[in-house]
Design a protein around this ligand. Structure first.
Ligand code: 3AM
Length: 181
């Protein structure tokens, strides 16, 4: 199972992001993320054996009991990579809480997997809280930045299954964890 932990977004944040996505819609090379799939990845786990699923569920519940709800801010848009040819257009999000959640999940996964954790794709990359708005599949220009002035309450996160299909990934929320710290 291809798994990741993520925060999904309330309707007003999604609406602002969908509005921003109109900037890339004229360019066929940019593939916007469908509105219901917009999310902020806390930790990507990659392909994991199904028997590990209860461990990842338990980790999510344990962390959610420790961490309190928080407010997050949506900043401007940016590109990964920033130099050269971009692959991803994203909206930057800010909150100490995202860092705490990402760090807590990482520590928990490290405890579960030990040395093997370093084999998770992207494990060595620093956590940069962002919401991917569009992926570049073919040549397409950069678009001017969009600034957001939005804050929203983050009350939970989820464990998500990602299935790679020809038309793009399909996400299924396996479990939601409500922050109760
Ligand atoms: O859409 P974002 O950027 O939040 O990029 C993938 C997506 O993040 C990331 O996990 C999220 C759900 O798929 N992801 C996928 N493959 C990855 C990899 N090999 C990866 N992150 C790091 N390494």
């Amino acid at each position: 199972m291809r798994l990741f932990y993520a925060v999904f977004l309330p309707e007003e944040v999604r609406a602002a992001l969908v509005e921003a996505q109109t900037k890339v819609r004229p360019f066929r090379g940019w593939k916007p993320v469908p509105p219901h799939q917009l999310h902020l990845t806390l930790l990507f786990l990659g392909e994991r054996p199904e028997e590990e699923l209860p461990d990842y569920l338990a980790l999510g519940h344990r962390l959610a009991r420790l961490e309190a709800p928080f407010r997050a801010r949506l900043r401007g848009t940016g590109y990964f990579p920033n130099e050269g040819t971009p692959r991803v257009w994203f909206a930057k999000a800010e909150a100490e809480g995202f860092l705490r959640l990402a760090e807590g999940l990482r520590a928990g996964v490290e405890e579960l997997l030990g040395e093997e954790a370093v084999r998770i794709p992207g494990w060595d990359k620093p956590f940069k809280p962002h919401i991917t708005l569009a992926r570049r599949k073919a040549p397409a220009p950069r678009v001017p930045p969009v600034l957001f002035g939005l804050e929203w309450p983050v009350e939970g996160f989820a464990l998500v299954r990602s299935e790679l299909k020809p038309k793009g990934p399909v996400y299924t929320v396996l479990e939601k964890f409500s922050l109760r710290g």
